[in-house]
Design a protein around this ligand. Structure first.
Ligand code: UDP
Length: 454
């Protein structure tokens, strides 16, 4: 049904080219579209979202001129910096053209950009358009990054290793080893300072919930002094199907249908984390020796960035015989559906923020094996504060993996954790229902955007 208040209003969204960031931006686009806004997705040519999955959006590819650059994980900061330089002129040019062609009753009312794409702020200013920042990590992670100057001044950063198990002053419950950085270089410091600036943006949207991160959100609200809208978990509000850059292997859902409730351990390290060949073998044997049914994502690039990582499994002699149909390995899973499936009883995860939200929302407890950055913070909260995550030895070794899986899937500790996760999932779902905090915040965001329409 047409919404007369939002009709003719276009919102331009600018995601960076990474799965964990594209997903929440497309979800936000889908939510705003369901409220009647027209949506333009301005994206890089590198790692573009699949327009065929979203006929409701208009897609605007930006010439990023990344050919010739190393776009691997190891060079991400340079890639981001190049994008911030190269995409500014094309975005500005396209938006000028678009605004010239609009019908008299149509209007671009604002730009919402992922904070990684901070060049957008200058474009918005140039075009006299208001802008809003989307943050796709937890609020607690942003506070941990914000603390760097203070920790440097106090001389803590250089002592980080020796203080590993100590609590970080004013960042409870984080210990030094839970910080998203270890001795950050100047480049990293500049990068994060850029991410945490609000520039001239009018508001910040968070994919989190007030009850989950009340204290961190309050601190950030005080610090930023502009409206903050916590509207998560967006995947529960967005009427959208897939947001995957890789093709999802849906056959695993039929396999899950054949498994008993709460018996399957799902294992995935997300879209960026990597392991070496030896660690892959340890993961394989940890799963095999756990004697639990499992679904394991071995995405192209998981093993040292090699595209052909599935082939490595064939090298593990005896693995297939040992598991005898008890486990399934896929290149990419429809993760949200997998976690919502009644057969799945646990998630061994790198604790990326999207994966964390998707898991706790479905009442699935986690085994936490963070790899880098905000994953360390998320894992600490899952284990220590929300108590729905099991700590695992960071060294990927078959015995540790096997023990963690048995503890979560068959022992009392896991059963209690599952009950807490189910309770938490119900609370989260209430946030997005009528009258819930995220539901109200989303209505406030809509009104805020509409205030620019007259
Ligand atoms: N994902 C998926 N299929 C997979 C593995 C991951 O659809 O086989 C999705 C997952 O649902 C999540 C995203 O990829 O939405 C990963 O984002 P997250 O923030 O968890 O981690 P990142 O990939 O950014 O490290």
């Amino acid at each position: 049904m047409e919404n007369r208040r939002t009709h003719g209003l276009r919102v331009v969204l600018v995601p960076p080219p990474f799965q964990g960031h594209i997903t929440p931006m497309l979800q936000l686009g889908s939510i705003l579209h369901s409220r009647g806004f027209s949506i333009t997705i301005a994206h890089t040519e590198f790692n573009p979202p699949c327009s065929c999955n979203h006929p409701e959006f208009f897609f605007l590819p930006l010439a990023d001129n990344l050919s010739g650059y190393d776009t691997s994980f190891w060079n991400l900061l340079e890639v981001i910096s190049v994008i911030n330089v190269n995409c500014k002129a094309p975005l500005q040019q396209y938006l000028v053209q678009m605004m010239e062609k609009l019908e008299p009753h149509d209007k671009v009312c604002c730009i919402i950009y992922d904070t990684i794409m901070h060049f957008t702020d200058a474009v918005a200013n140039h075009l006299n358009l208001p802008s809003i920042i989307l943050r796709t990590t937890s609020a607690s992670n942003v506070l941990a990054w914000d603390a760097i100057p203070r920790l440097q001044e106090g001389g803590y950063i250089s002592l980080q290793e020796s203080l590993a198990n100590e609590l970080v002053p004013e960042l409870y419950p984080l210990r030094f080893k839970d910080l998203p950085y270890q001795k950050p270089s100047k480049v990293v410091l500049q990068f994060t300072a850029d991410l945490n600036k609000i520039r001239s943006s009018a508001a910040i949207v968070w994919n989190t919930m007030d009850f989950l991160e009340h204290s961190s959100l309050s601190q950030l609200q005080q610090q930023y002094q502009i409206p903050n809208f916590s509207i998560g978990p967006m995947h529960k509000t967005a009427p959208i199907s897939t947001t995957s850059l890789l093709k999802e292997d849906n056959s695993c859902l039929a396999w899950l249908d054949k498994q008993a409730p709460n018996t399957v351990i799902y294992m995935s390290l997300g879209s960026l984390a990597m392991v070496d060949k030896k660690e892959l073998a340890e993961m394989a044997w940890g799963l095999a020796n756990s004697d639990q049914p499992f679904l394991w994502v071995v995405r192209p690039g998981l093993v040292d960035g090699s595209e052909a990582s599935n082939q490595f499994l064939e090298l593990f002699q005896g693995f297939q015989e040992r598991i005898r149909g008890r486990g399934l390995v896929v290149k990419w899973a429809p993760q949200k559906e997998v976690l919502a499936h009644s057969a799945v009883g646990g998630f061994l995860s790198h604790c990326g923020w999207n994966s964390t939200l998707e898991s706790i929302c479905e009442g699935v407890p986690m085994i936490c094996r963070p790899c880098f950055s905000d994953q360390m913070v998320n894992a600490r909260y899952l284990i220590h504060v929300w108590k729905v995550g099991l700590e695992m030895d960071p060294v990927l070794e078959r015995g540790g993996i096997q023990r963690a899986i048995r503890s979560l899937m068959v022992e009392k500790e896991g059963e209690e954790m599952r009950q807490r996760a189910i309770d938490m999932g119900q609370k989260i779902k209430r946030c997005v229902q009528k009258g819930g905090s995220s539901y109200n915040s989303l209505n406030d965001l809509e009104e805020f955007i509409l205030s620019w329409s007259s």
